[in-house]
Design a protein around this ligand. Sequence first.
Ligand code: FE2
Ligand code: FE2
Length: 348
Amino acid sequence: MERRTFLKMAGVGLTTLAAGNAVPGVSHAAKEDIGEIRSLKVTVLSETSWFNNDIFKKNMMDGGGAMGNQYDTAWDRDNSGGYSALLEIEQLDGKKKKILMDTGWNNDWMDYVYKMHGIDQMLRKKEIDTMVLSHWHLDHFWGIESTLKHNPNITLYAPSTHYPEDIKLLKGGSFEKAGCKNSVPHKGQLVECTPDKVVKLMPGAAVKMFDVPIILRVRGESVLYFHIKDKGIVTVTGCCHPGILTLYSFARNNFAKGDEVYGSYGGLHISLFETWDPKYDDIIKGLKTFKPGKFACNHCTGWIFAEKAAAAGLPVVKGTDKYKSYKKYSTVAKATNVYLTNGDTVTF
Ligand SMILES: [Fe+2]
Ligand SMILES: [Fe+2]
């Protein structure tokens, strides 16, 4: 680059920074007040999307790798489980509301999990009339029949960035090679979450979609934000593909009192296959600057990350051995119980 060009660019940068309005991703508009709730209880219905990492990885590589299309891959059915959580919200006026987050992958597994926790009855009685789909990944969405067969009219909040195959499955369709099917068409409202706005579910609870590219040809992830009275912001995620620091920064920059982070629940997509990268140490350092009070993680976070985060002083919420009462469990589950895993609960 010529010196003159460089100086010109640097000059522009300095001018705009001085004006205070050119920092990417930082909004200087009035911060949004999403309201408050009294409490949030999360029950881990299933966070074991698959049981053996090696089998999942082999299926993925045989099917075209991480950049392949999830619907064009032959997945080992016996290795599939699913991700799903029950969210119980107590509002400031004492009213209670139940929301289902995600619907897992393997229908047999999800039917088993729903029965174990009475989710089937909650859906039938319309105690659960709302589901938030975090993203269109197989392990969060392909178990949709297990939900729809009990309540086809459920209101579904989902990222607007779906592909035709996603809608085909939602409306009742099957994909033989991938091994997924849904015989109960969704008849309720589909609320499409777009990246340009925050969708409020009720005072103190909102959905924000982040338009990010994700592996296996999936795009966009919705995140649930709660503001717990006198405690602060809690994020609830499926995989957290946008990155947990991005989520906390978004709250700080855009929500009233958004700098008061109370905690997190869910997958964080860090050391997915239990490998380590030095940048994960920096994620831990970054998280500590937000001073969360309760940090509950599982799924694609990586046990190794959760262990290191706990050792570094993050308030990792320990799980129990309840997961052993499920008929199957993950090969990477460890006695350290740093995951909030199947059957565990956390209250914020
Ligand atoms: Fe996932
Ligand atoms: Fe995912």
